[in-house]
Design a binder for this molecule. Structure first.
Ligand SMILES: Cc1cc2nc3c(=O)[nH]c(=O)nc-3n(C[C@H](O)[C@H](O)[C@H](O)COP(=O)(O)OP(=O)(O)OC[C@H]3O[C@@H](n4cnc5c(N)ncnc54)[C@H](O)[C@@H]3O)c2cc1C
Length: 396
């Protein structure tokens, strides 16, 4: 017997940070929201990040001032709203004149300190890297460096907290539920979704569909009758390795690589150092990306250039990879493609390309601003002053 379609204002596809961020914001503004996630919440890109809430110092080199300014502002807001999930982290940047001259680093840090609010974090400064403290673990030839502050996040916890906040405001969040297809109806879309646990399919009539499917953003567009993306997203794999802790102290290192990229070495769960990332063009299925031996070698080499204790593949305790779905801005190199987000609009629909965990809250505000014409009675922005809900499973 045919079932009656469920009616909702927004159908959000994707339970990563962007999907749940939009769900929480929208449900707080009085919209009815259904979110479908084919796996668990945060089971893809949003749990494979470097776990930083950061302005993105290196993006300044690519002239991404809008993104850095917004990300720095978000950093200060999120530090205030989620102090249990997001903590300040000092970064040490050892100086190597053959990679970047000191004036360039000073200029970058000068801008980084001023482009957005610091939110109580200390300003950058030049430091001595003599053995002990900031020089700990580094080769003795690196004597000068700089410090600046950013923050570290429990990425899965942040997704869960947003989902809890959305649920508390009435959102219907369904995990293990896959969006299958959609076609246009008079005032929106009729979507078919399937429970991955029971195989049951049901229909949803949504005024607007929000495609926050991360690396599947292009595939989801293909499933929506008549909605072809202008350009398919650029999929870029990034991998991390975890090794036994490489230095004492609570600070992280940002290491300059001869190819112009940077690699982070971040204290991780007390005993470990998290090292990443790589930037590799990706054309396969995004479900289960894995690190290659070449990426492991690249990350070990990057660290071995700076640290006294050399590491190799045998030292890797764990690795994980994630896929960024970036807006294709035509750049040839995967590491240079913009990390900024683009919200692509179609009739009664919106697709999220790119973005950072750091900017998810503001991305949600931008997304809802674009949808205002469908929901003129929606209440105003509210999330900048509302502390994140506590997740009992993530209590520290
Ligand atoms: C290696 C790496 C390091 C990073 N480090 C940082 C960092 O330190 N700081 C930072 O701010 N950002 C970082 N990022 C960026 C950040 O992780 C991503 O921008 C963000 O997680 C993207 O979230 P999302 O919600 O768009 O995608 P995802 O988290 O991938 O969520 C999309 C979801 O959609 C679901 N989905 C897809 N198709 C369907 C369907 N048909 N039906 C139902 N569900 C579906 C998927 O299962 C998935 O869970 C990093 C990214 C990578 C790859």
């Amino acid at each position: 017997m045919p079932t009656i379609p469920i009616k909702t204002d927004l159908l959000i596809i994707g339970g990563g940070i962007n999907g749940v961020g939009i769900a929480r914001d929208a449900s707080g503004r009085g919209l009815s929201v259904m979110l479908v996630e084919q796996d668990e919440l945060a089971s893809h890109t949003s749990s494979a990040s470097s776990k930083l809430i950061h302005g993105g110092l290196r993006y300044l080199e690519h002239g991404e001032f809008r993104l850095v300014r917004e990300a720095l502002r978000e950093r200060s807001i999120l530090l205030r709203l989620a102090p249990d999930l997001i903590r300040p982290l000092t970064f040490v940047l050892p100086h190597a004149p053959h990679v970047r001259p000191a004036w360039m680093i000073r200029l970058g840090l000068f801008l980084y300190d001023r482009l957005g609010p610091r939110g109580g974090l200390p300003a950058s400064r030049a430091v001595d890297l003599a053995p002990g403290h900031f020089g700990d673990g580094l080769k003795s030839r690196f004597r000068r460096g700089f410090t600046y502050a950013d923050a570290q996040v429990d990425d899965v916890g942040l997704v869960r907290a947003n989902a809890i906040g959305a649920r508390q405001r009435g959102a219907d969040i369904r995990t293990h539920t896959r969006f299958i297809s959609a076609h246009r109806i008079e005032d929106g879309w009729r979507a078919m979704v399937r429970s991955m646990e029971t195989g049951t399919e049901f229909e949803v009539d949504a005024r607007v569909v929000v495609n926050a499917a991360g690396p599947w953003v292009g595939s989801v567009l293909d499933l929506m009758a008549g909605s072809k993306p202008e350009r398919p997203p650029r999929l870029v794999k990034g991998s991390h390795i975890v090794v036994r802790r490489m230095h004492a102290g609570d600070h992280a290192y940002i290491l300059q690589n001869p190819d112009g990229r940077v690699v982070f070495a971040i204290p991780w769960q007390g005993e470990f150092t998290l090292i990443g990332t790589t930037d590799i063009e990706w054309t396969d299925d995004p479900s289960a990306p894995a690190i290659t031996p070449q990426e492991t070698a690249y990350l070990c080499d990057a660290v071995n250039e700076w640290f006294e204790r050399p590491i190799g593949p045998a030292d890797v305790i764990r690795s994980f990879s994630g896929i960024r779905s970036l807006y294709d801005d035509g750049k040839s190199s995967a590491s240079q493609v913009t990390r900024d987000y683009v919200l692509a609009e179609g009739p009664h629909m919106l697709s999220v390309f790119g973005g950072k965990i750091t900017t998810y809250r503001r991305l949600a505000e931008h997304a809802l601003a674009k949808l205002e014409r469908y929901f003129p009675d929606m209440t105003p922005e509210w999330t900048a002053d509302a502390p994140l809900e506590e997740d009992p499973q993530c209590a520290t």
